[in-house]
Design a protein around this ligand. Structure first.
Ligand code: SAH
Length: 352
């Protein structure tokens, strides 16, 4: 057998490869072996989760951000964004609508907005959990001190998403002025220690990102073993310093999704909106490369265009109300089925 076949077999059978082997794969994958990789990723996903796709309702509750990430459309220095914050009532209204549509996970995402103090956010979490005791609440509100993460957890938050963005220290530092590479990673370890189901993840095709950097992302995920892993292509946004850079590709992102599925076989892996933005069937392709989560938008229609992390983000227009049916058709088109349950990680024992 040729080297590529051997490496893929090893990856499929042991869920592990060395740094050198991963780099060799990334540098030499051809079309035939890419198909083989996707097939192994699908089989692995099926072994752990069957053909189910878990649905999360995404509520983008504030686009106000104190950070200045070079790639992000809602960065502090983008003065063209109309900033908004959802009130407690508006957030609960999104949950009520989502609950009626059948959602049992809500993902509350925002910029790093200091208005949402630990008191305000714990209040919101407590309300949601008391009104909808059978839902999982996922927070994605950036870096916070350990005691705040603990307070959210005690208020009932079940999961926390905090992409590591890139595992290359130098790339991270060049993209995040004033932020700390070590603090971001440390937050992930703290979240895990507290007991959250934790989501990490990264962007593919960042300006200056090398294949070695992408291998570091995979090795970091293998070490951290998060429950969820969000991977999407970098897409330039014109009102950012990276506005005229090239973005990531669907093909490269699919390879990273499949490798991630094989290295962390039991993870929950979303087919991201960024994939759907780059390609009309981007999310379907992601499902075919090992993904098993979709996160339809539940934000109020008026807020959606304002939460523009990258250009031409889909599902922000009038058609937004139809998300549920549209996504279900897409999922069925690749032979998978929608699961509206909480969609916990397969090793997670839910005891409420
Ligand atoms: N403030 C939160 C949420 C960030 S927005 C936090 O710090 O975690 C959610 C994700 O969108 C980010 O983690 C980033 O990976 C992604 N994102 C931001 N800008 C992007 C862009 N231009 N292209 C692709 N993904 C982007």
């Amino acid at each position: 057998m040729k080297t590529l076949d051997l490496l893929l077999e090893k990856l499929y059978n042991t869920n592990n490869l060395t740094r050198e082997e991963l780099l060799y794969l990334l540098e030499n994958l051809d079309q035939v072996h890419t198909e083989k990789l996707f097939e192994y990723a699908r089989k692995t996903r099926e072994r752990y989760y069957g053909n189910k796709v878990y649905m999360r309702g995404l509520i983008e509750f504030s686009n106000i951000c104190r950070m200045n990430c070079l790639y992000c459309g809602i960065r502090r220095d983008n003065k063209k964004v109309q900033r908004y914050r959802l009130s407690h009532r508006e957030i609960l209204e999104c949950c009520r609508e989502g609950y009626a549509l059948g959602y049992r996970t809500f993902v509350l995402q925002s910029g790093e907005d200091p208005w949402y103090t630990v008191e305000r956010l714990t209040d919101i979490i407590t309300y949601i959990k008391s009104m909808f005791p059978d839902v999982a609440v996922t927070l994605s509100a950036g870096e916070r001190p350990e005691e705040e993460y603990r307070a959210f957890f005690e208020a009932g938050a079940d999961r926390y998403l905090l992409r590591h963005e890139t595992a290359s220290r130098s790339l991270y530092e060049s993209l995040h002025p004033g932020a700390s590479f070590d603090n971001r990673r440390n937050c992930l370890y703290i979240l895990k220690k507290i007991g959250y189901q934790v989501g990490a993840g990264f962007m593919v095709g960042l300006p200056g990102q090398t294949k070695e950097d992408l291998v570091e992302d995979l090795l970091f995920l293998k070490e951290l073993e998060p429950h969820m892993i969000g991977i999407g292509p970098f897409i330039p946004h014109k009102e950012t310093p990276l506005g005229s850079e090239k973005g990531g590709t669907v093909e490269d992102t699919l390879v990273m999704l499949a490798l991630t599925r094989l290295l962390v076989p039991d993870c929950l892996l979303p087919a991201t909106t960024a994939m759907g933005t780059l390609h009309p069937e981007g999310r379907e392709l992601a499902l075919m490369a090992g993904a098993n989560v979709v996160m339809p938008n539940l934000s109020p229609t008026w807020a959606r265009p304002k939460y523009e992390l990258y250009q031409d983000k889909i599902c922000t227009g009038d058609e937004a109300a139809h998300c549920r049916g549209c996504i279900e058709r897409r999922i069925n088109s690749v032979g998978m089925v929608v699961d509206m349950g909480r969609g916990d990680h397969c090793n997670f024992e839910h005891t409420a």
